[in-house]
Design a protein around this ligand. Structure first.
Ligand SMILES: NC(=O)c1ccc[n+]([C@@H]2O[C@H](COP(=O)([O-])OP(=O)(O)OC[C@H]3O[C@@H](n4cnc5c(N)ncnc54)[C@H](O)[C@@H]3O)[C@@H](O)[C@H]2O)c1
Length: 352
């Protein structure tokens, strides 16, 4: 059974007051230098205030069904056919990609990017109903925006709890039966929560690592075994986070940060181990992206949005579409000599 289902059903709105109690002027005055480290006794009230976590911020991942569906990207300008030819190496034609966590949010839009780039797609998600709905929506959107297309993409939906080995194995067999093969993998199934470390419930921490780290590892090794049996090359992209390289403020999330650091180094480690088999493994580390979860929190908490965006050089959060190009690049032959890399898609957050 999914632990997400077992989490206390706290409505998201009930989390809001905890967040709004934090109001610090991130956007008005320059942050104190990180080099100055006053002793606690001489600290001014503002010392460290832009660079510390705030234990009063506590956010549980919402229960299933508490968030709205994502909608596929539309508009030929970004995802359509009316563009001049581009490098053939970017095409995913003839490839089959699996996207875990593909029924919503970033996974859904990355899956759509794969389809628009010519690939077939298997969406894997805990929420099978949502995945089924989105397969229809992706194909409909594609057909509408590519009226001259000779063939429609094959898009299928599959249930898996990526943290459960039996579920992963069953799901892999189902995908191979449906598509005949797998060439590419994107591991987007993952979630975050905010609790101060000293009171983080251990069962939630284990589930968080189980989905983000074990889930990535189990799907990647299953796809690698399949590719090695076929003696076929392939490319995988793990979805990490900038939180795997920096510590977000003000929300406390130590286990998530550590899990995403593990995802990034897993990509590097497996890229070395599987290079001789022709399997490339890279990581994408998104910054703050506007998905259903972040949008809902920020709609009610403009203060928090200001704090986050004031730390992003580009001055705004990312859109899920911002990952379509990076994921297509890393899965395609255009990145043939790129493996073990971490591509940060964060508006410059981690370089300051
Ligand atoms: N949204 C952001 O700002 C952001 C930033 C950096 C990294 N990320 C990472 O990107 C990934 C996707 O995030 P999102 O914002 O799209 O989240 P989301 O909650 O909108 O979507 C996650 C999807 O994963 C599925 N899922 C969750 N647990 C699963 C499990 N055990 N097995 C199979 N499917 C499962 C959910 O049902 C959902 O469809 C996550 O790994 C997240 O940590 C997100």
């Amino acid at each position: 059974m999914s632990l997400l289902r077992a989490l206390p059903r706290r409505p998201l709105a009930s989390l809001v007051p905890a967040i709004t109690t934090t109001s610090r002027p991130f956007h008005t005055t320059p942050a104190p230098s990180r080099n100055k480290k006053p002793t606690p006794s001489t600290e001014s009230p503002s010392a460290g205030s832009y660079a510390r976590t705030d234990e009063s911020i506590s956010v549980s991942y919402p229960a299933e069904g508490a968030l709205p569906s994502s909608t596929p990207v539309t508009g030929t300008g970004r995802a359509g056919a009316h563009v001049l030819p581009t490098l053939a190496a970017f095409s995913l034609q003839g490839r089959v990609a699996v996207v875990t966590g593909g029924a919503r949010g970033l996974g859904l839009v990355m899956g759509q990017g794969i389809v628009v780039s010519g690939g077939d797609l298997a969406i894997v998600d805990l929420n099978k109903d949502e995945a089924v709905k989105q397969t229809e929506s992706i194909v409909e959107t594609f057909a509408r925006e590519h009226p001259g297309a000779k063939k429609l993409p094959k898009v299928t939906a599959h249930y898996a709890d990526v943290s459960d080995p039996t579920s992963v194995e069953t799901c892999m067999a189902e995908i191979i039966a449906a598509h005949g093969k797998i060439d590419n993998l994107v591991t987007s199934a993952g979630f975050t929560e905010n609790f101060e470390a000293i009171s983080y419930p251990i069962n939630r921490m284990r589930k968080l690592w189980g989905v983000n780290v074990d889930g990535t590892y189990m799907f990647a090794t299953a796809v690698a075994r399949h590719l090695m049996e076929r003696k076929s090359k392939g490319s995988m992209v793990f979805i990490g986070s900038m939180s795997g390289a920096i510590v977000n403020v003000p929300q406390p999330q130590a286990p998530y940060n550590a899990a995403k650091a593990a995802v990034r180094h897993l990509a590097a480690s497996l890229s070395v181990e599987w290079a001789k088999a022709g399997i490339r493994v890279n990581c994408i580390s998104p910054g703050y992206m506007l998905t259903a979860l972040t949008q809902k929190i920020l709609d009610d908490n403009p203060d928090l949005k200001q704090q986050w965006t004031s730390l992003i050089p580009q001055g705004h959060m990312g859109n899920p579409e911002d990952l379509m190009g990076p994921v297509t690049f890393l899965l395609s032959d255009a990145s043939g000599y790129v493996t073990g890399a971490d591509l940060r898609v964060d508006g410059g957050y981690t370089v300051t």
